[in-house]
Design a protein around this ligand. Structure first.
Ligand code: PLP
Length: 223
């Protein structure tokens, strides 16, 4: 077994244990392998291990990782989990299957127009700044309902869920519980939350998507 195959097996085990605790089906949780800053060798190892759902936080880097590989795997699903600038929307709509970081009306406009142009319909998550942190992207909770209505009704986007990144140094569970409540209120079934350090907890709070990088691939080596 490769190291990455091992890591995936361990993560799946933790997923199962926590799904049982939460009285949920583990099939209801999708493991997104966050491949940002990872080497080609590690990405190949994850693909060899059968992993097919990946997350990237930069459009440019995602293109270099996936533009070619995408043709070899019909069942690949790519999630954008980092902030999206409107000048990268065209490239993002070409490459990704899911955008998790819608956070403003202007971006909703641009995505709606570009998807129409390309004849593609991506799944969209709205990123919520649950900690109301100044420097963090994500819509404020008080503006969520308006953005949701605008994205669906005016821009024709297929909004399927909510995503959050809790503030460092605060109990993540509070934010996970809050995000799940917001999603329930809007009738949204999907919730993307939890990373290497807290995906177990996120599953207990109802995550349908967990975004796991270093626990799956090993530590990111920034050059
Ligand atoms: C990098 C990143 C992750 C994965 O982080 P790990 O701690 O390595 O699991 C998850 N979500 C987002 C938005 C990220 O940028």
């Amino acid at each position: 077994m490769s190291e990455i195959q091992n890591n995936i097996a361990s993560i799946r085990k933790v997923m199962e244990e926590n799904a049982i605790i939460a009285n949920r089906q583990v099939d209801g949780v999708s493991l997104i392998a966050v491949s940002k800053v990872q080497s080609d060798a590690r990405i190949e190892a994850a693909l060899d291990a059968g992993q097919r759902v990946f997350g990237e936080n930069k459009v440019q880097e995602a293109t270099s990782h996936w533009a070619e590989r995408r043709n070899d795997y019909a069942d690949l699903r790519l999630h954008l989990i980092g902030p999206l600038q409107t000048n990268k929307v065209k490239q993002a709509v070409e490459l990704f299957d899911v955008i998790e970081t819608l956070d403003r009306p202007k971006l909703a406009d641009a995505l709606g127009k570009e998807m129409k142009k390309q004849g593609r319909s991506l799944d969209i998550f709205i990123q919520v700044n649950t900690g109301e942190e100044e420097q963090k992207s994500g819509v404020l909770p008080c503006d969520l309902q308006d953005l949701f209505a605008y994205a669906c009704d005016v821009c024709g986007l297929n909004v399927v869920g909510l995503m959050c990144l809790p503030p460092a140094g605060e109990p993540a569970g509070l934010h996970f519980g809050f995000l799940k409540t917001l999603a329930d209120r809007l009738g949204l079934a999907q919730v993307s939350m939890g990373m290497s350090g807290d995906y177990d907890k996120a599953i207990r709070y109802g995550a349908t998507h967990i975004r796991v990088g270093s626990a799956l691939f090993g530590a990111r080596e920034y050059s």
